[in-house]
Design a protein around this ligand. Structure first.
Ligand code: GDP
Ligand code: MN
Length: 379
């Protein structure tokens, strides 16, 4: 889950990192009032889940409240990487002497959070990594000990020569690590971390991506979700308690259990097809879940055939069959349905399906082959 800059700034500030005061506006007039309150020049920044806002014209400096209103008017409603700007951040414009980068990401190969710093901040870190990789310094953090002072100081010396700034930056790095852990983040980054002409170090931008699996035990963080930019079908699935990931193929897959869902996708690929989604309807599937699941899959215009693959254990095949009957009554499906059911209450399920005009099999290979063939014929 992505946080907005203003939300991430709040978390960094709560962790004790110096972040200039800022407020959010949804209308140009609000930006003007905030600018009046802040006094002096302000920076107006688009709040969308995208980087590179500066380059896209989504970050502008205004000298006075009237200009703040005008700049906010230009940015609000603007499109950045396909996202419409609905909110802007208004912050006092900082004077910048230098810009650097500080970030923490989960590194899957070392199975640790890795602290990354670069004196070449302000620009996309991906660009620095591609063109001048020698300007990025990395340190894997041992989660048993956290980020120790001497380690943070060592990296801070890569950014600054002035010992006072080195100390400030080292403290910021340690606090960033705490904010990263507290938020259940997979990424927390400050770009740019600036120095001012007075020698102060401050965070002017903040980005945090939260690991979705950390949200259950962090209701405060979960409440920060802004699903306006998320895929609508993924939002609907999440609200119904389904694990759903939209993919780009044309075979819609409705499966119970994450392992079987993965195996089904593999088999679709094996037989020359391409899955349109990953969908796990979960263990104890009530018929209503099946209705929602089928609705989500059927509303994807890429889907050319729909495959049900159910291995009944805790999930009862008759529940799934009832769901399929109910869903097809409500949805008026236009795509062919291939059903494979086996396990708990299999015979009951077959009877229900047959009475309602469906055919179903028990062989997974056969079902997948047929679903792939039907999708190819329709494509
Ligand atoms: P991003 O492009 O989406 O990463 O947005 P940033 O918040 O990082 O802003 C992009 C650039 O705008 C920064 O690297 C700075 O050069 C500039 N900028 C942002 N805030 C300020 C500010 O308060 N004062 C000045 N002078 N420049 C700023
Ligand atoms: Mn930035």
């Amino acid at each position: 889950m992505n946080l907005h800059e203003y939300q991430a700034r709040g978390l960094l500030k709560a962790a004790g990192i110096p972040v200039p005061d800022a407020e959010v506006a949804e209308r140009p007039e609000e930006a003007e009032i905030i600018a009046k309150r802040l006094r002096g020049p302000v920076v107006i920044k688009a709040q969308v889940h995208a980087g590179g806002r500066g380059k896209a014209g989504g970050v502008k400096i205004a000298q006075d409240p009237g200009e703040a209103r005008e700049k906010a008017r230009q940015i609000l409603g603007m499109q950045i990487k396909g996202l419409t700007v609905g909110k802007v951040l208004v912050a006092p414009a900082a004077e910048i002497a230098s810009e650097s980068y500080v970030g923490i990401v989960i590194d899957r190969s070392s199975q640790r959070p890795v602290l990354m710093v670069s004196p070449a901040g302000g620009v996309d870190i991906e660009e620095v990594a591609a063109k001048t990789p020698e300007k990025i310094f990395r340190l894997p953090i041992d989660p048993r000990f956290g980020l120790l002072s001497h380690q943070a100081m060592g990296l801070a010396f890569k950014l600054y020569r002035d010992i006072d700034q080195v100390r400030q930056a080292a403290t910021i790095m340690q606090r960033l690590y705490h904010a990263f852990l507290d938020a259940g983040a997979s990424l927390a980054e400050i770009n740019p971390l600036v120095t001012t002409p007075k020698g102060e170090v401050a965070a002017l931008d903040a980005k945090i991506v939260v690991d979705d699996n950390e949200l259950d035990r962090r209701p405060g963080i979960a409440a920060l979700r802004d699903s306006s930019a998320d895929d609508a079908s993924e939002t609907k699935a999440r609200e119904a308690g389904l694990s759903f990931i939209k993919l780009t193929g044309n075979v819609g897959c409705c499966v119970n259990g994450a392992g079987l869902a993965m195996a089904t996708m593999d088999l679709v690929k094996y037989y020359g097809g391409d899955p349109a989604n990953f969908l796990d309807i979960g263990g104890s599937s009530n018929p209503q879940k099946v209705v929602v699941a089928l609705g989500i899959i059927a509303s994807d215009p890429n889907v050319k055939s729909i495959l049900f693959n159910i291995f009944g254990g805790i999930t009862r095949c008759d529940d799934v069959a009832k769901g399929i009957v109910a869903a097809t009554r409500q949805l008026k499906l236009v795509r062919p349905l291939v059903i494979r059911l086996t396990g708990t209450n299999e015979q009951l399920a077959m009877d229900i399906l047959q009475q309602n005009g469906f055919t179903a099999g028990t062989d997974m290979d056969e079902a997948v082959k047929q679903a792939v063939k039907l999708a190819q014929e329709a494509a």
